[in-house]
Design a protein around this ligand. Structure first.
Ligand code: NAG
Ligand code: NAG
Ligand code: NAG
Ligand code: NAG
Length: 490
């Protein structure tokens, strides 16, 4: 084989040493794939041969019948294009950045040999260490030997051009700066090198540590011992081990804070710390027992810092903030507002038939225009049919009936989506007149008994008066009594 290859190079040297054609520059990245393009040439019956380096080391060939031969050291990394004579090199190694020579021979006609020499040039993007969201990303696209007419541009991890991105600055040397990165910028960035219509790609992974995107809207829940308040906060990617384990680089602290909303009452505006993050490993939340926080789930797999609370009251209305602190005063924060729906009745929970009853469905503040209330009264309610929503937040039953007693539900909707709902049981009782009737009957009975007693007393008095003389006689008779009162006094 060596002999043959040497022989061929001599032929090439003989016929084409004077072509003087310039080397074709092709760019590639270590680990990447490159195609050295040779278009279809002449007749089908062509012998194609590829050589590597200055001393023309044989790589691969395909003869007239289409039989391929590959040098053992290249076996698993080379292929010849099925449609033309291009060479495809996979998994490019550092030592591949050298010259490649393609020879085409068609012995059917005159023994013409075409020679093309390629130069594989090294393109690389310097790897960058993990970045915190909010920092600036700097990337450089290095080309070993830059040829006139070579252009470089960048693609973001979504493989989009960066023309639209206002945070991006491109330097004279095509270096890239992205201001204030976010979790969206995490992924593989690409430098595209264009030369003579051919594109080469150099990729580099960029790790960006960020919290999951913020809740765009408030979190809605309702007053109930069964309601669950879930406050999401987690890293958009698993924290690199070096960050979660080493105090030097990684997390320095963290907490969930709560600022009660004005509607929530007394502690308005005072920021309270609900839980602190204890530095691991593993990281964990420390619940302050004095606050009697019912924190039912702590997710501390170094990624999920979400908090849950079972049992929701109006006191939970407010702003919650998840804060994670890193070295050099760097922090990541997510704020979310919690709205709690409450159903109030007037009079409270028990009303009498015929009485006016007010039902109010409230977030503690006027509803914004995008929110709608929908009432679900009991089946036999006097207010039915209610008509299509939106319904008023204050529902008045002018004269309550027994049918108005039962489960009342109020739902909060936005744009065909139910956000939350709240339920209460309204009790409708017999008219208070019955009570009065009972009271009257009792009173009448009492008066009757009193009158009876009075009558008896009067009658006895009358009899006593009639019997006074006889009584006197009786006293004398009393002397015979064995135990007169005076006896004990002595
Ligand atoms: C959290 O830590 C701060 C000081 O570092 C302390 O004042 C606060 O009481 C702690 N809160 C809880 C809930 O442990
Ligand atoms: C975090 O934990 C909560 C509560 O179990 C769960 O609902 C949520 O899906 C978790 N998020 C991630 C990213 O693991
Ligand atoms: C119901 O609401 C109306 C209007 O706010 C009020 O005038 C009325 O007194 C309320 N009735 C009850 C029973 O609370
Ligand atoms: C409501 O939903 C429609 C489509 O589902 C959307 O086009 C519209 O922007 C939404 N409106 C609001 C206020 O979110």
């Amino acid at each position: 084989m060596k002999y043959v290859s040497g022989f061929l190079s001599i032929i090439v040297a003989l016929f084409f040493s004077s072509t003087g054609a310039e080397d074709v520059v092709v760019y590639g990245q270590v680990g990447g794939t490159v195609t050295l393009p040779i278009l279809k040439w002449g007749s089908e019956k062509v012998l194609v041969q590829w050589y590597f380096g200055m001393n023309n080391q044989f790589m691969i060939s395909r003869n007239y019948q289409g039989r391929e031969t590959t040098a053992p050291q290249w076996e698993d990394r080379l292929s010849l294009s099925k449609t033309d004579f291009s060479l495809i090199i996979n998994n490019i190694r550092l030592e591949d950045f050298n010259s490649f020579r393609c020879e085409l021979k068609d012995f059917r006609s005159t023994p013409i040999t075409s020679v093309t020499i390629f130069r594989l040039s090294h393109v690389s993007v310097q790897p960058v260490s993990p970045l915190l969201a909010g920092k600036n990303l700097n990337l450089k696209c290095d080309i070993k030997e830059i040829v006139e007419g070579t252009q470089r541009r960048w693609l973001n991890p979504q493989k989009q051009d960066l023309n639209e991105d206002k945070r991006v600055q491109i330097g004279d040397d095509s270096s890239l700066t992205v201001m204030k990165v976010t979790g969206q910028d995490h992924g593989e960035w690409t430098c595209v090198v264009t030369y003579k219509g051919r594109e080469a790609y150099a990729n580099t992974p960029v790790t960006i540590i960020d919290l999951s995107p913020a809740h765009p809207q408030p979190i809605y829940t309702s007053v109930s011992p069964l309601s669950l308040l879930h406050l999401p906060c987690f890293f958009s990617i698993p924290l690199p081990l070096s960050w979660s384990d080493s105090q030097e680089k990684g997390i320095q602290g963290g907490r969930w804070t709560f600022t009660p909303s004005p509607a929530a009452g007394s502690l308005t505006g005072v920021v309270q710390t609900l839980v602190n993050l204890s530095l691991g490993p593993p990281l964990a939340w420390v619940v302050n027992q004095k606050r009697r926080l019912d924190v039912s789930a702590l997710h501390t797999n170094n990624r999920n810092l979400s908090l849950s609370k079972k049992g929701v009251t109006v006191g939970d209305r407010g702003k919650y903030t998840c804060v994670v602190e890193f070295q050099r005063d760097d922090t990541l924060k997510r704020e979310m507002r919690v709205e709690v729906l409450q159903l109030l009745t007037s009079p409270v929970s028990v009303a009498f038939v015929g009485q006016e009853v007010n039902l109010t469905c409230t977030l503690g503040q006027p509803l914004t225009s995008d929110l709608e209330v929908k009432w679900i009264p009991p089946h036999h309610s006097s207010l039915l049919p209610l008509g299509s929503s939106p319904h008023p937040t204050l529902l008045t039953i002018p004269e309550a009936t027994y049918g108005d007693g039962g489960w009342w539900r109020c739902e909060l909707w936005r744009n065909k989506t139910k956000l939350t709902s709240v339920e209460i049981t309204l009790k409708i009782e017999r008219v208070p007149m019955d009570v009065w009737l009972l009271v009257t009957i009792c009173a009448a009975a009492v008066i009757f008994v009193l009158l009876l007693i009075l009558t008896v007393i009067l009658i006895r008095r009358h009899r006593q008066r009639v019997m006074i003389p006889r009584r006197g006689k009786r006293r004398f008779c009393n002397c015979k009594d064995p135990k007169p009162k005076g006896f004990y006094r002595n």
